[in-house]
Write a protein that binds this ligand. Structure first.
Ligand SMILES: Cc1cc2nc3c(=O)[nH]c(=O)nc-3n(C[C@H](O)[C@H](O)[C@H](O)COP(=O)(O)O)c2cc1C
Length: 199
């Protein structure tokens, strides 16, 4: 128990990596950690896209960058802010040795005629995918790797689908960047008292 708590507490989101590629065995271990996640009705609604080729990373980064630029222009953001954001996004995506795109499919989830239950079923799929994502983050940390969850694909699932030629039912949820850490991070947490009610 102490070991798992120490692992959970020492994991940080790592955004800078050495350029060393990951081995097939390392990638297989990450996916295996995701595979054993809990899920609603054990339907395992997560899907993964393993992205290692520089060409695929550049294609994805350019497509997502174009959408980010358009969204920020629609917000009337200053040009320098837009270009800084787009460049940061490009670097994050292209400089990570490994990208794991976490997708959600409703293909095996239950269907309901009413919107309320349909929405709850969708939420359960989202929650299940998040658990798979967390398991991958923890597995990466346990292997001495750094990783970070990027939410950007959630804002442009159509762009991601087109750039990576995904199946029609794969909804992009997050991009997990992975690599050998090239930075150290600390983060605070709220106290348990601030977050908890006892009854
Ligand atoms: C749902 C979710 C979305 C996140 N999106 C981003 C993101 O787009 N970019 C980023 O750099 N970090 C992102 N993060 C990482 C958080 O910033 C990070 O987990 C938080 O600041 C706590 O830091 P720690 O993970 O090092 O403990 C995301 C994390 C979660 C759970």
């Amino acid at each position: 128990m102490t070991n798992i708590l120490a692992l959970i507490k020492s994991r940080r989101s790592i955004r800078r990596y050495h350029p060393t590629p990951l081995s097939p065995d390392q990638i297989a271990l990450l996916l295996e950690a995701g595979r054993w996640s809990p899920s609603a009705h054990n339907r395992q609604p997560w899907r993964w896209v393993v992205i290692q080729s520089h060409t695929a990373k550049v294609g994805l980064a350019n497509a997502m960058g174009a959408r980010l630029r358009a969204d920020l222009m629609a917000d009337n953001a200053p040009t320098e802010v837009i270009e800084a954001d787009v460049n940061r996004s490009y670097d994050r995506i292209t400089k990570a040795p490994l990208l794991l795109l976490l997708c959600l499919t409703m293909a095996d989830m239950d269907t309901y005629p009413d919107p309320k239950r349909a929405q709850n079923e969708y939420l359960m799929a989202v929650q299940s995918c998040a658990m798979a994502g967390q398991n991958v983050l923890l597995m990466a940390h346990s292997m001495g790797l750094g990783a970070c969850w990027m939410c950007a694909p959630l804002f442009c699932p159509d762009v991601v689908m087109g750039a990576l030629d995904l199946p029609a039912d794969w909804q992009a949820q997050a991009l997990i960047t992975v690599g050998i850490p090239a930075e150290e991070k600390t983060k605070p947490r709220k106290s348990i008292e601030d977050l908890t009610l006892y009854r």
